[in-house]
Design a protein around this ligand. Structure first.
Ligand SMILES: Cc1cc2nc3c(=O)[nH]c(=O)nc-3n(C[C@H](O)[C@H](O)[C@H](O)COP(=O)(O)O)c2cc1C
Length: 209
């Protein structure tokens, strides 16, 4: 099994960390964060060290009682085409009348970005941390991956699409019965900048108790 590189700035366990401090750069990144639609992604993707840093940040999420109810599956290079064959089998089973063009489109899903990270939600139902909280942790992982990719200069999108829910595909990914796909994080370089998108009206979603 391929081992991930360790990132350098790992604090020792129990070490005091820097206190919260204002950072205009970080605020701008958060204020203007935006996914880049997968159709706009291209090479290059992060190298091994950068990907390791992105995954490390992805895994640094609020996690009640440290259950670690998630894991990663990384797809890069030929692994993306191998996953395409998993998709082909499932798709043809589901849609026996599908055209060759349509099948080819499905098979090439992961070829749309240089790197795809599957975030697998692995809830421990026997744990006293509620299942809901464990599921939310996986969502936080996905969001952290997007932010980490962006801060490393890469564009990314969180996608599920049908194959995140297909039992044949999940078996092909080697998921256990209790595991689900929280998201496929497609990471690459933006061919074109994304456009601003509508955002919630804060007054409509906020009340003061
Ligand atoms: C759990 C989850 C699944 C998603 N799945 C898809 C998807 O399958 N296809 C898609 O186009 N966008 C999907 N999205 C939405 C995009 O990731 C993205 O949030 C959206 O394009 C809005 O862009 P923004 O992140 O810049 O606000 C999903 C989002 C979430 C949270």
């Amino acid at each position: 099994m391929k081992k991930m590189l360790k990132i350098i700035n790992t604090p020792a366990l129990g070490e005091f960390l820097a206190p919260a401090h204002p950072s205009e750069e970080m605020l701008d990144a958060l204020r203007l964060r935006r996914s880049t639609p997968v159709e706009l992604l291209e090479e290059p993707g992060p190298d091994a060290e950068t990907l390791s840093s992105i995954l490390t940040i992805g895994a640094r999420v609020p996690d009640h009682r440290r259950v670690t109810p998630f894991r990663f599956i990384v797809f890069e290079g030929d692994a993306r085409a191998r996953f395409g064959e998993v998709i082909r089998k499932a798709y043809v089973q589901n849609e026996p009348e599908a055209s060759e063009n349509r099948i080819a489109c499905e098979v090439n899903r992961f070829m749309r970005a240089p790197v795809v990270v599957a975030v697998i939600s692995a809830v421990d139902k026997s744990h006293r941390t509620p299942e809901w909280e464990q599921v939310l942790t996986s969502g936080a992982v996905c969001q952290n991956l997007l932010l980490a990719a962006s801060a490393n200069g890469f564009a990314a999108q969180w996608i599920t699409e049908w194959y995140a829910f297909d039992t044949h595909v999940l078996a092909g990914l080697g998921l256990a019965g209790h595991e689900r796909v929280a998201g496929f994080i497609y990471i690459g370089t933006a061919r074109e900048n994304p456009k601003e998108r509508g955002r919630p009206d804060l007054d409509a979603i906020t009340t003061y108790f």
